[in-house]
Each structure stands twice: as C-alpha cells, then as structure tokens.
Design a protein around this ligand. Structure first.
Ligand code: OAD
Length: 221
C-alpha cells in the first residue's frame, strides 16, 4: 500500500508537511464536491496546475522495486492513494487506485469518462454526451471511494498475509485503517517511511528512510 511519499523522489509534492500540497491551501477550497459546485473554475485551475507538475515526472527506484515485488509474488495487489499513475508507468499491473486517477475526467452528471488530455485546454470542460460539467476522476474529501476499487481493496486485505506500507502518513480514512484490518486478519506489516506514523505502532518492522532507497534494498533485483 502506498501514499504520496513514494512519489516524492520523483518530484511530486506530498500533501502534508512543510512543502506539502495542502500547506497554505485549504483542501476544502479545491478538493471537495462543495468547492466544485461553488467554483468549478478554481478547482479546474488547481488540477490543471497539478497536471502540469506531473507532465515530466518519471517513476523512481521505489516504484520500480514495487513492480519487481509484484513479479516475484504469486498473489499481489497494490493499493495506492496516489493519482499520478507512476506505479503503472513503472510496470505495476494489479494496481488499485483507491483515490482515483488524474489521467481521466468523468462527467459530474452521467459519469462518462474521457482522457484528461482531451479536455485540459478547455476552461470548464463539458460532457460531449449530456453537457454536464466534467471533473477530474479523483476522490475528493467527503466523497465515497470508487466501489470497484474499495471492493478490490477489501478482497486484497482479506487475503493478505504480508502488507508493505510505504510513504503514507496513515491519517486519511478509510485507507488509514487498511493496515489495521490486515493486521487483525493476521498479516505482517512492514512500513517504509522517512518518519514515524500512526502505522508504526502496529508495524512488525518499520524501516525509516527514503522509499526510493529503502525499497530497492529490501526487494532486490
Ligand atoms: P501525506 O502527504 O499525508 O504523507 C506522505 C508521507 O510520506 C509522510 O508520512 C512522509 O513522512 C512520507 N514521505 C515523504 N517523503 C518520503 C520518501 N522519500 N520516502 C518515504 N516516505 C516519504 O500523503 P498520503 O499519506 O498519501 O487524498 O495522503 C493520503 C491522502 O491525503 C492523499 O491520497 C490525499 C490527501 O489528502 C485525497 O486527495 C482524497
């Protein structure tokens, strides 16, 4: 299971902390359905800015190590909170994007999807089918997780005997509870982070360091 920290060494800002994405910005102003209803242009400006920041980023050794772990494993699921698509770019296949993806937009009304690159230059993208407002296909605060992703995550957690948790602060629910569920189901937990998190208290092993350095050492070639 991964969070923003695994993409930090690719140059993608994390959410919390000194230079975090939410630092100096209220998530409620740009990442809630209410913000989108109130001022869709501001929300779109924020996501256009994020997409521009993601344009040139590449997977780092941590992403590649996780992709290698999948190749070595008989059964493997990657639950990621990241919307940046870098795990897939590194070759990960069984990826559950539990907070959605920035690569697609979906219609606020009829839910039809399009590649975000097709609409990114429109100030306020509209649906070709129903003329509803299009929005990034990400999960905002106060929204349900995508049911298919949530079901897949539940199944993965039920069957999990070993969970590697990398680069997440472990404070955003419900994902924050996933490692607790896995632990209660008997899974071993290994955490990789640059600092202690709430997950450290239940982890069987905590490895403190950058995921781009620790994961390749842990997983090998
Ligand atoms: P956070 O920004 O909350 O946490 C990033 C974590 O990565 C922190 O625990 C850092 O210590 C750690 N970290 C930073 N650099 C690292 C590195 N190089 N190697 C290893 N760890 C490093 O990001 P998330 O936990 O992903 O949700 O945040 C969860 C959710 O909160 C996001 O998906 C997003 C956000 O609000 C939505 O937008 C719905």
């Amino acid at each position: 299971m991964t969070g923003a920290g695994v993409s930090a060494e690719s140059g993608v800002p994390t959410f919390r902390g000194a230079e975090g994405l939410w630092e100096g910005r209220r998530a409620e102003d740009v990442a809630t359905p209410e913000a989108f209803a109130r001022n869709p242009r501001d929300v779109w400006d924020f996501y256009r800015w994020r997409l521009r920041k993601l344009a040139d980023v590449k997977p780092n050794p941590g992403h590649y190590a996780i992709a290698r772990l999948e190749q070595k494993s008989e059964h493997f699921w990657l639950i990621t909170q990241n919307i940046d698509g870098l795990h897939a770019a590194a070759g990960s296949q069984n990826v559950i994007e539990i907070h959605g993806t920035i690569r697609f937009v979906r219609c606020h009304e009829c839910h039809s999807r399009r590649d975000i690159r097709e609409v990114i230059d429109e100030e306020l993208p509209r649906c070709q089918k129903c003329d509803g407002l299009m929005r990034p296909a990400v999960v905002w605060f106060g929204e349900m997780l995508p049911p298919a992703a949530l079901n897949a995550a539940h199944e993965a957690i039920q069957r999990c005997d070993f969970m590697l948790v990398a680069g997440t602060s472990g404070v955003v629910e419900p994902v924050a509870s996933f490692s607790y569920w896995a632990k209660n189901n008997g899974a071993k937990i290994i955490e990789v982070n640059v600092e202690r998190t709430p997950i450290s208290s239940i982890a069987d092993v905590s490895l403190f360091g950058k995921s781009g350095e620790v994961l390749p050492q842990l997983i090998g070639d």
